[in-house]
Design a protein. Structure first.
Length: 90
């Protein structure tokens, strides 16, 4: 996981908005806000991809990735707030 002790929810949302919509190098679909947030949490903020590509890079299933990401978000207020913001955008 990345060290994000000094970031704010606002800066995190700004960062993931800049990445969302770009093509995934793994599957060429658009990277979602959720994918961008997970990539940032797992240290792939500079090379974001879809959830499947991230899970593959980490040697996990997408389900394992999602569970680990939820646990991480729950421990970090800025990620939890960004995740809630993403859910409100749907």
């Amino acid at each position: 996981m990345s060290s994000d002790d000094t970031i704010t929810t606002e800066s995190l949302i700004r960062d993931i908005q800049q990445v969302a919509g770009k093509p995934c190098p793994h599957c060429h679909d658009s990277i979602t806000l959720a994918d961008a947030l997970k990539c940032r949490a797992f240290g792939f903020g500079k090379s974001p991809c879809c959830a499947e590509g991230l899970a593959q890079a980490l040697g996990n299933s997408v389900e394992e990735l999602d569970e680990t990401a939820r646990n991480y978000f729950n421990l970090h207020e800025c990620y939890q707030s960004a995740w809630q913001w993403i859910q409100e955008q749907k």
